[in-house]
Design a binder for this molecule. Structure first.
Ligand SMILES: Nc1nc2[nH]cnc2c(=O)[nH]1
Length: 506
């Protein structure tokens, strides 16, 4: 066994909100013991000196999209309706190099900012082949990160998914709307990828993401979840992200999106909801009863103007909470410290009553243990015996940490990733002295610029067509969002006007 003894570091303790000195003994990537200074180590154990460093468990990004990294920061006024109007064009045509680079650069950013595991909703089959998915999984392997890669699958294009939207389009634009996909072909391609998956599942797993319930026929959604369960993997879907979707769900199903999913029998401990902004108390109870998770993505929900999730309500109901950044195409960066800080801030904005604000330990727990449960990587999320050694080392001689106060609050509200000194995954350093081991940043920057040019040439015509449709999608979805949505939770909120969130707050 390869032993590693980490000495002289301070370990964040969520329960006592302190950071006592602790030694950590690691054997073959697993944490064997955690104890006060002077912990016994076997002869020949390699010493890792963590003097002047604060240790916390690697962060888990509960929801991202590696596919959007190369387009980060390219548009400012961009809401979910515009994103969905453009998504097929943006994800349709990419070379293998672009797919790899998108994923690798996202992973690199996450690792360098203290995140060691991600739930990545990537290109959907059949547009991404099994080979593409394997290559994107390799990007995580090469970066040294853990991930669930879940292809976003659908059989109903956005314009058909939202009741009335297609009919609202001028006739000359209707041919620009993509055709429905063959349900069996999508499920067949998903099955083939699951069967062929070659990567070590302790590091990179293949998950399943029926992307948005409205974009999936019942046969596709149920079939996707059955497949995930047959292969013992996890499922994630965008649920209740924007108000227009919540209203459209009532119109389409005669019930909320979560009630529809419950009726399909797909909710369970292996099921996670991305966003979960537009949920009522009944939705939350159904998710909690099923043991499901919600990835709270506050930065994205603000960036796209989607709204503010009632996270206190989710926790009180007993839903497992994770924290996510969302993809860089929707929220630009992959900074889990920023996502945690935003999570704290939006809860305070959402609830005038301070008793309902989130605490530092609650957010940090969601970004570690909650994410571990949500991704299905049960061996991560904490620094304790039996877990894998995914450890972030923050420099205490960085201004962020002068002085050390309540470390559980300071990580959430002060740290921004700039104090990340080293990052360890499975007992091996992947970031040392702030630099990712194995990446040539100059070469990557040149590849990214070349990929950007290639992407513009490949996707230009499809994006031009999407741009013609965009104004119609935008107007239609704004019209849906202007309708009252009957969610009782807003009745207790001081920023409420007519039973819906005020336009200002959303
Ligand atoms: N935020 C967000 N990003 C996406 N990227 C692709 N689909 C989606 C979605 O439904 N929501």
């Amino acid at each position: 066994m390869r032993h590693l003894i980490i000495r002289n570091g301070r370990l964040v303790d969520l329960a006592s909100r302190s950071a006592p000195f602790r030694d950590i003994l690691v054997g073959d990537g697993a944490i064997l013991e955690v104890g006060p200074p002077g912990l016994a180590a076997p002869e020949g154990a390699e010493l890792f000196d963590a003097a002047g460093l604060l240790m916390h468990a690697g962060l888990v990004n509960g929801h991202t999209h590696g596919v959007g990294t190369l387009t980060r920061g390219s548009r400012d006024r961009f809401d979910l309706a515009l994103l969905l109007a453009n998504a097929p064009a943006q994800t349709s045509r990419q070379s293998a190099e672009i797919k790899y680079l998108n994923t690798y650069l996202g992973a690199l950013e996450m690792l360098m900012k203290g995140c060691t595991t991600a739930f990545d909703l990537t290109f959907g089959v059949p547009f991404a082949s099994t080979e593409d998915l394997i290559a994107m999984g390799q990007a995580y392997r090469d970066a040294g990160m853990r991930a669930v890669m879940a292809p976003m699958i659908a059989d109903t294009p956005f314009y058909h998914a939202i009741p009335g939207l297609y009919d609202s389009l001028p006739d000359d634009l209707k041919p620009l709307v993509g055709a429905a996909a063959e349900t069996d072909a999508v499920l067949g391609a998903m099955r083939a990828a699951l069967e062929a998956w070659p990567h070590d599942r302790d590091f990179v797993r293949l998950g399943v993401a029926p992307t948005i319930p409205l974009h999936c026929s019942e046969a596709l959604f149920s079939g996707a979840v059955r497949l995930a369960r047959a292969f013992g993997t996890v499922v994630q879907s965008h649920v209740g992200e924007a108000k227009f979707q919540a209203v459209a769900a009532i119109e389409r199903y005669g019930m909320s999106m979560v009630a529809h999913l419950d009726r399909l029998g797909v909710l369970g401990p292996d099921f996670s909801v991305a966003h979960g902004v537009w949920l009522d108390a009944d939705d939350m109870r159904r998710l909690a009863d099923a043991g499901a998770s919600v990835s709270h993505n506050p930065g994205s929900n603000m960036r796209l103007g989607s709204g503010i999730a009632d996270v206190r309500g989710l926790l009180a109901a007993g839903v497992n909470l994770a924290i996510g950044t969302d993809g860089s195409a929707s929220s630009d960066n992959q900074n889990m410290y920023e996502a945690m800080r935003a999570g704290f801030q939006v809860a305070a904005v959402r609830h005038p009553d301070m008793e309902r604000w989130l605490t530092g330990p609650e957010i940090l727990r969601a970004a570690t243990e909650g994410g571990a449960r949500e991704t299905g990587f049960t061996g991560i999320g904490a620094i304790e015996p039996g877990k894998r050694a995914d450890i972030v080392f923050l420099a205490l001689d960085h201004p962020n940490w002068m002085p050390v106060n309540d470390p559980t609050v300071q990580i959430v509200l002060v740290e921004d990733g700039t104090a990340v000194r080293h990052v360890m995954v499975d007992g091996r350093l992947v970031v040392r002295d702030g630099r990712h081991l194995g990446s040539d940043m100059g070469a990557l920057a040149r590849r990214a610029e070349a990929a950007k040019a290639e992407l513009a040439a490949l996707q230009g015509p499809a994006l031009a067509a999407a741009a013609k449709l965009e104004p119609f999608a935008s107007r239609f979805c704004l019209g849906l969002a202007a309708r009252p949505y009957p969610v009782e939770r807003f009745a207790t909120c001081s920023c409420c006007t007519d039973g819906g969130f005020s336009a200002e707050a959303v």
